[in-house]
Design a protein around this ligand. Structure first.
Ligand code: PAF
Length: 299
C-alpha cells in the first residue's frame, strides 16, 4: 500500500522537476549523458531549511544538482540513535520539488554502497577524530569519511555543499579529500536557524515543542559568551564555566561540552590570545537528543 503510494508520488514528481534514482548506476548514466557542472548536496534526509539553503546555493552555482538521501549506518555509534533517526522520504521529495529547480535525487540502498561489508574504512583523521564530536561519538567520523568518499566517487561533483553547523565534519571532509586526492571543491554554507535561534537540524523534530523552544538558549549563550570574549575582560576558564553553567540551566539538559577552539586545528585554546581564529563549539543533550552548534568569535 505504502509502496504503491510512494511509486505514484515518484511517477508524479519524475514528470516534473525531480528525477529520482534508486541506484548510482542509473544516476551516472544520466550524468554522463549531459553536460555542465555538477553541484552535490549529500543528506541523510529529514530535510529542513538548512538543507534547502544548500540546495539553493548548489542550484545557483551549477548547471546540474544532485541531492543524495541516505541514512548512513556506519556513522551511528549508537544503534538506538540510528533507529530513531527521523526518516520521511515523501515529505523530503515534496520539499525538494517545491524549490522549483531541476534536481537529480538519489536514494541508494545500503547494499549498493557497502555490499556485504557494512563497516567503515579507517582513515588517518589525527586529532579530528579525538576531540569534541570525535571524542563523544567514537567511530562517527570514520563512518562519515567512509560514506562521503563513496558518495563523492559515485557522483563526481565539481562542488559539494555542507553546512557550517557541522564545522568539525567539514574539517574531516577537507582532510578526507586531501588524503584520497578527490578532485572536488568543498563549499561551506551558513547555519540556518529557527526563529528563536536554534540551529536547524533533522534531530530538532524529535524534541517536544517546549524543549525546542528552550533550546533557543544554546544560541543565546553562544552570543553572550562571544560578547564577553570580545570585551576581553575575562579569562578563558571563566568564560568556559560560565557557558557551561548557563547551558545547564536549560530544563532536562546535559551539557557535553562548551569550548573555544582554533578554527583550523580545532585545538581548544588555553587562554585568550592563543589564536586569532577562535570559534565556540557546543554539544548539549536535551530530552536525550544531541544538539550541536557553533559560532565564529572573530567576526
Ligand atoms: O551531514 C550529514 O547529513 C551526513 O553526515 C552526511 C555528510 C550526509 C554523510 O552521511
Amino acid at each position: 500500500m505504502l509502496n504503491s503510494h510512494l511509486c505514484s508520488i515518484f511517477e508524479y514528481l519524475e514528470a516534473k522537476l525531480l528525477q529520482i534514482f534508486k541506484t548510482f548506476t542509473d544516476l551516472r548514466e544520466q550524468l554522463d549523458s549531459g553536460q555542465g557542472s555538477v553541484g552535490f548536496v549529500p543528506t541523510m534526509g529529514a530535510l529542513h531549511e538548512g538543507h534547502v539553503s544548500l540546495v539553493r546555493r548548489a542550484a545557483a552555482e551549477n548547471t546540474r544538482v544532485v541531492v543524495s538521501i541516505f541514512v548512513n549506518p556506519t556513522q551511528f555509534n549508537d544503534p538506538a540513535d540510528l533507529e530513531k533517526y527521523p526518516r520521511n522520504l515523501e515529505q523530503d521529495l515534496q520539499i525538494l520539488e517545491s524549490l522549483g529547480s531541476q534536481l537529480f535525487v538519489v536514494c541508494p540502498a545500503v547494499s549498493e554502497l557497502y555490499g556485504d561489508r557494512l563497516e567503515s574504512k579507517i582513515y588517518d583523521l589525527a586529532h579530528l577524530s579525538e576531540v569534541m564530536e570525535g571524542a563523544m561519538r567514537p567511530g562517527h567520523y570514520q563512518g562519515v569519511a567512509t560514506v562521503v568518499e563513496k558518495l563523492l566517487k559515485e557522483v563526481r561533483p565539481d562542488q559539494a555543499y555542507f553546512g557550517e553547523k557541522d564545522f568539525q565534519q567539514f574539517k574531516v571532509i577537507e582532510r578526507l579529500v586531501a588524503l584520497e586526492s578527490i578532485d572536488v571543491r568543498l563549499v561551506q554554507c551558513p547555519i540556518a536557524r529557527e526563529h528563536h535561534g536554534l540551529a536547524r537540524s533533522s534531530r530538532n523534530e524529535l524534541l517536544s515543542p517546549q524543549a525546542r523552544r528552550d533550546a533557543g538558549v544554546i544560541y543565546a549563550v553562544l552570543q553572550q559568551i562571544k560578547k564577553d570574549y570580545q570585551a576581553g575582560d575575562y579569562s578563558y576558564p571563566f568564560l568556559k564555566s560560565k557557558g557551561i553553567r548557563e547551558l545547564s540551566k536549560i530544563p532536562n539538559s546535559r551539557v557535553e561540552y562548551f569550548i573555544l577552539a582554533d578554527e583550523e586545528s580545532l585545538e581548544e585554546i588555553e587562554s585568550l590570545g592563543d589564536s586569532t581564529k577562535v570559534r565556540a563549539f557546543v554539544a548539549v543533550q536535551l530530552e536525550k537528543i544531541r544538539l550541536i552548534d557553533t559560532l565564529n568569535y572573530q567576526e
